[in-house]
Design a protein around this ligand. Structure first.
Ligand SMILES: Cc1cc2nc3c(=O)[nH]c(=O)nc-3n(C[C@H](O)[C@H](O)[C@H](O)COP(=O)(O)O)c2cc1C
Length: 321
């Protein structure tokens, strides 16, 4: 049995990453209904809205799902932890990213939940294992949204992490179909996490304009913002990202530029649909996404394709010998 499937009680090791503003309950339920592991995002949601989306997800699936807490995105995460405690019987795991998980891991484990920790280096993965993480989700530089400052790609990161931890490892960043899933598993990953692919789905509550921009993306459609300010953030190229990058070249003060990269401008484009007046987190895989699909179908197709490819590759290889 695959270690991720065993730990999260799921059928295929495909995880929906936390999606700020657009990681809604129905999307999480659709991923879980496909046999993967959906997650309700907390970034950009009030505690009440977060709780409501957990309840919506539970109504829409009988299968396991989890929630995501990007630590530094919350000025006060206490109310979100209270909701996790209140609904601990509805969820299976909590994923933690964007900050030091040290103080949160014991709280989550005390309530009988599994902890996934998002990392971008082998060093931080080993630290997370020592702190009690159950699963490492290591995310490469191809990924949509915040990237690690070391800018390591998934292809080099996964084997580096595998060398230093013994707990299961999930690869994130650049995974979009069965082929990329199979590649990640060959590199040593026990499972995969996807973000961008799940935005362009029927169940995701992202605005249609954002979904259309992903479908239209070509092979040079993403760019990095805020590298020197608060770490690299991978977004779709647009007028707004260009404006921020032009300002960054002039070495602005933090007070001057920080208001421009606040979550309100992320929400404006991704949720409200004003796609030239804000920024949209998006991974390099966007150019490989051509159709709006159901998240449930994506999970089923990906796992079938990956398993067929893995079987055929081994057969072709052994026939060579
Ligand atoms: C629109 C968007 C919002 C995201 N928001 C979060 C978030 O709130 N918390 C988090 O841990 N990761 C977040 N991520 C990262 C994803 O969970 C995931 O790890 C990443 O998208 C994987 O790379 P991919 O985009 O190549 O699939 C976000 C990614 C995208 C595209």
């Amino acid at each position: 049995m695959n270690r991720i499937c065993e730990m999260l009680q799921i059928e295929v090791p495909i995880i929906e990453g936390g999606l700020a503003y657009v990681g809604n309950g129905l999307l999480a339920a659709a991923v879980s209904n496909g046999g993967g592991f959906g997650q309700v995002g907390s970034a950009g949601r009030s505690p009440e809205n977060f709780e409501n989306e957990i309840l919506l997800a539970r109504e829409a699936t009988t299968k396991p799902f989890g929630v995501n807490i990007p630590i530094s995105q919350h000025t006060d995460f206490t109310p979100y932890l209270e909701i996790i405690k209140k609904h601990k019987d509805l969820i299976t795991a909590v994923s933690l990213g964007a900050g030091n998980p040290k103080n949160l891991i014991p709280f989550i484990k005390e309530h009988g939940l599994k902890v996934l920790v998002l990392t971008s280096t082998a060093f931080h993965s080993a630290k997370a294992e020592a702190l009690g993480a159950d699963i490492i989700v290591c995310e490469g530089y191809e990924a949509g949204g915040s990237n690690g400052p070391s800018e390591l790609t998934t292809f080099t990161l996964v084997p580096q992490v595998k060398r230093v931890v013994s707990i299961p490892v999930v690869a994130a960043g650049g995974i979009v179909d069965g082929r990329s899933m199979a590649a990640a598993m060959i590199l040593g990953a026990d499972g995969v996490q996807l973000g961008t692919r799940f935005v362009a789905t029927k169940e995701c509550e992202a605005h249609d304009h954002f979904k259309a921009a992903i479908l239209e993306a070509d092979n040079d459609s993403t760019t990095i913002m805020t590298r020197m300010l608060k770490g690299p953030l991978r977004v779709l190229k647009n007028e707004y990202a260009n404006k921020v990058q032009e300002m960054e070249k002039k070495n602005p003060t933090v007070e001057h530029i920080l208001p421009m990269v606040r979550g309100t401008y992320n929400k404006l484009a991704m949720f409200d649909g004003d796609i030239q007046s804000g920024f949209m987190s998006c991974g390099q895989v966007a150019s490989l996404i051509d159709e709006l699909e159901s998240a449930e179908t994506i999970v089923k197709q990906m796992s079938n394709e990956a398993s067929q490819l893995l079987t055929t590759s081994f057969r072709n290889f052994s026939e060579c010998k």
